[in-house]
Design a protein around this ligand. Structure first.
Ligand code: ATP
Length: 259
């Protein structure tokens, strides 16, 4: 399988930081759903922002479909990569439908009018994230979870081959977390979906995991890969238990540590 996103000896620094937090990263991420996990400050968001083309590499390169991401125009990136940021935007006076339609801008171009197909894509994206019922409400008036779902719909509406989601389950209740896992699995069948997740239980539903710590990749592998489980136990200091339940893997905080 040809990897869609390739990091080659990559060094990245967060915006405003002089020093790279990720160094010498070699990583290939292909089609399917990949979860990036690791302790606070490991560099997960920095890596995702790099993959989105929002941070220029301090060294090395990120290639998308074999092309240097840094050499692409922002329009070229925008039709290929959809992005959901960690901090939800307020959205001003825009309604949910307007915000989701913004996801079609890369395809429409600045002066293009929304086509019937754009409206159909927007309706489908709102249906997939269950926000169609409040399509006419202002984003600013929504609860945290509702807003998160509307912004996810905008990212889906781009219909990009690469979907990058930073903490997409933040603010979501349990049924919507499960719905999102189902959606990421479905989308992974035809796209490259990469999500940063703090909830290891949700991350272990992904096809593959990338375990990061201190700006280094500690393990990459399928969710049933013992090397991935060992790396998770190592980087989280044994604070989690990983157990198999049928076809699924569970990661639970090990509360016995508190005794
Ligand atoms: N502007 C900045 N200047 C200096 N250091 C920064 C800046 N932004 C982030 N950092 C540092 O870079 C490191 C990586 O940050 P990043 O947000 O990528 O981590 P993360 O793994 O996503 O963390 P979390 O799980 O807490 O969201 C952290 O140690 C953070 O303090």
């Amino acid at each position: 399988m040809t990897a869609l996103l390739d990091c080659i000896d990559l060094a990245l620094a967060p915006t405003g930081s002089a020093d790279p937090v990720l160094q010498h990263v070699h990583l290939s991420i292909g089609p399917g759903w990949t979860a990036i996990v690791g302790p606070n400050g490991a560099g997960k968001s920095t890596l995702l922002r790099g993959l989105a083309g929002l941070l220029a590499p301090r060294a090395g390169q990120i290639r998308l479909e074999g092309r240097d991401l840094a050499a692409m125009t922002s329009r070229e990136r925008a039709v290929r990569i959809a992005w959901l940021a960690q901090q939800a935007e307020a959205g001003g006076d825009l309604t949910v439908r307007d915000v989701v339609m913004l996801g079609r801008l890369p395809q429409q171009g600045l002066f293009g009018a929304a086509s019937a197909q754009d409206h159909a894509v927007v309706a489908q994206a709102m249906s997939d994230t269950e926000c169609a019922d409040w399509a006419d409400r202002r984003l600013v008036d929504l609860s945290g979870g509702e807003r998160q779902r509307a912004l996810l719909a905008r990212a889906l509406a781009v219909q990009a081959p690469v979907l990058l989601l930073d903490e997409p389950t933040t603010h979501l209740d349990a049924p919507h977390q499960v719905a999102l896992v189902r959606l990421m699995r479905q989308l992974g069948a035809s796209r490259t979906v990469v999500s940063v997740l703090h909830d290891l239980g949700l991350a272990l539903a992904a096809d593959r995991l990338v375990v990061l710590a201190h700006g280094q990749v500690r393990a990459v592998g399928r969710r049933d890969d013992p090397a991935v489980h060992a790396a998770l136990r190592e980087v989280f200091g044994g604070a989690i238990r990983i157990e198999r339940l049928g076809d699924e893997w569970l990661a639970l905080p090990d509360l016995r540590l508190t005794r």
